[in-house]
Design a protein around this ligand. Structure first.
Ligand code: ADP
Ligand code: MG
Length: 350
């Protein structure tokens, strides 16, 4: 929304494909022993010795997953990496490498891609991952980014979605609903900007939730914390689509039921106040908003003392026998069935 009046715009055609790749990737360093050969050959070479390899991939399409009218390219690069690392951490693994593939239209100058790669680079530095390859091609409309993340985990440490058992505790990291409310703020300001482009938005009241939307952090720290506390979750998933749909995935794959307590769901005060301002129910936002990239897990009751009082981990419910079903226990102690209303990538298709 803040526009530079005379930005430098170098057309991509001035460089050609090989120079462009070289320009965007020449500063990436290799940090991991498992990266034998990174960018520059026909394929990367990896060696994980005795570890299990975890691999996850995501595709982000302009107009479907992001809107460049309010998402700065640097943030987009950072977030695209986070989205993928989050899936690796959800396996209780450490991320080690990523590949980055992009398709760009001629609407994007070199400087735009430099911004995108600055965000990717920052993420790789902070999260200690090697950028080991990718692909670059043209697109007829808009920007497409595909990132693949690789990680490693000892065989005994790997956590799947399918291991939850009745009586386990349901635990969530951080707080949820912020990214969705941040998006509501950005969408509102975009409409204001359309009417009056001179109106610079004042987002100071919403910094936390806007940051949750634009610059989410994958919870590497939680995987490290669990290791330190000697807690191995019985099942785990990252919260990309909303709490209710992730709870349903864990229950379905583990063949269990669940009771989630409305009054235990961790919400930031800014989420609560912004929900009041928009007149939306904060529990609905926590259940159905997406993109928080927190970790949802189940742990054995025996591990409760190890996590008790930790500000990063909140117990929000219990795993039950499958025939009990999946329920939200409201503040009024009513039990209502949990249904998935989370973001669905295919919902708008004809
Ligand atoms: P090929 O023709 O074999 O696909 P490329 O010329 O596309 O090779 O890529 C050359 C090297 O640069 C490879 O190591 C590839 O993985 C890497 N690479 C290409 N595009 C990107 C990108 N957008 N980001 C990171 N690495 C890339
Ligand atoms: Mg290629």
């Amino acid at each position: 929304m803040i526009e530079d009046k005379n930005p430098k715009r170098t057309p991509l055609s001035e460089l050609g494909e090989f120079k462009l790749i070289e320009h965007l990737t020449n500063h990436f360093k290799i940090r991991h022993k498992s990266t034998v050969k990174g960018i520059g050959d026909d394929a990367a070479v990896l060696n994980y010795a005795k570890k299990q390899v975890v691999l996850s991939t995501d595709l982000l399409v302009e107009g479907v997953h992001f809107d460049l009218s309010y998402v700065p390219l640097k943030h987009l690069g950072y977030k695209a990496v986070m989205v993928n690392l989050s899936d690796v951490y959800a396996m209780n693994a450490m991320a080690t490498q990523i590949t980055v593939s992009i398709a760009v239209s001629n609407r994007f100058p070199l400087e735009a891609l430099e911004e995108l790669y600055a965000g990717i680079s920052t993420a790789a530095d902070l999260y200690n991952v090697d950028v080991i390859g990718g692909d670059t091609t043209s697109s007829t409309s808009g920007l497409i980014i595909s990132i693949t993340a690789l990680g490693e985990v000892d065989e005994d440490d790997e956590v799947l979605r399918s291991g939850a058992k009745p009586n386990d505790l349901v635990v969530v990291s951080g707080d949820i609903g912020g990214a969705y409310m941040g998006l509501q703020i950005l969408e509102r300001e975009k409409e204001v900007f359309k009417v009056n482009p001179n109106n610079q938005p004042d987002l100071s009241m919403y910094t936390y939730i806007v940051e949750r939307q634009l610059k989410p952090e994958a919870r590497k720290d939680i995987v490290e914390l669990l290791k330190k506390l000697e807690v191995k979750p019985t099942s785990m998933i990252d919260i990309s689509d909303g709490l209710s749909s992730e709870v349903m995935h864990l229950c379905k794959q583990s063949n269990v039921g669940v009771d989630i307590y409305e009054n235990k769901i961790p919400l930031d005060p800014q989420v609560i106040s912004t929900c009041e301002e928009f007149n939306i129910d904060s529990t609905t936002v926590a259940l159905n908003g997406g993109e928080d990239y927190e970790l949802l897990m189940t742990i054995s009751q025996e591990d409760y003392d190890k996590i008790k009082g930790n500000p990063n981990l909140t117990v929000i419910g219990y795993v039950t026998e499958p025939q009990r079903g999946m329920h939200l226990v409201t503040r009024a102690e009513e039990k209502i069935p949990i249904i998935a209303k989370g973001w669905n990538a295919l919902k708008d298709l004809p």
